[in-house]
Ligand binder design. Structure first.
Ligand code: HEM
Length: 153
């Protein structure tokens, strides 16, 4: 276990907490026709900031944990290994798509007319949160599952 793994594993919870708060705020905002508030902005800003940190640490993990060496045997060999394929290809790519959506979402919400802001929040941050949820190596996932808290086996 090394520092980057620990931080990456822990920050997943901050991403999820602020992602869920953002989506709840979007839904209640639409339902109650509430004006876009400072807490809407703070939650989705923190969602973006923690996604940025995850991307940065994810890239450091790929480098320092020598994930690219796994490409030495060719892409065909890599694709046959469920664990390597997941972390080197699927996890990274889907999380990067989610990260892009969060960034586009921030701009879209900023530019949207006041009555459309919560709807934009729900679309962009909701899809990003779903992608993040399906790409986390949850403990119940065969072959790729990791523990909820990295120090607990
Ligand atoms: C919101 C975004 C992300 C979340 C919530 C997330 C979450 C996680 C979690 C929970 C693990 C397992 C940690 C463990 O228990 O060892 C993990 C591993 C990993 N993640 Fe992410 N991740 C995200 C984004 C990324 C991105 C963008 C990349 C790469 C560009 C990346 C690369 C990796 C790698 C390489 C591992 C395996 C580390 C190792 O064991 O060597 N992650 N991620």
């Amino acid at each position: 276990m090394q520092a980057f793994n620990v931080v990456h594993s822990l920050i997943r919870w901050a991403v999820l907490i602020f992602g869920i708060l953002t989506v709840i705020n979007a839904i209640t905002g639409i339902k109650n026709k509430r004006a876009y508030s400072a807490s809407d902005n703070t939650y989705n800003l923190l969602f973006m900031v923690f996604c940025d940190i995850q991307l940065l640490i994810g890239l450091l993990l790929l480098y320092f944990n020598h994930w690219f060496d796994k490409l030495n045997g060719g892409i065909g060999e890599l694709m046959k290994n469920r664990y390597d394929r997941f972390f080197l290809i699927e996890h990274g790519l889907i999380m990067i798509i989610a990260w892009i959506l969060v960034h586009i979402g921030r701009v879209a919400v900023k530019k949207a007319a006041p009555e459309k802001k919560h709807k934009k929040m729900l679309i962009y941050f909701g899809i990003a949160l779903l992608l993040i949820l399906i790409s986390i190596p949850w403990p119940f996932r065969a072959e790729i599952g990791k523990s909820l808290f990295i120090w607990i086996k």
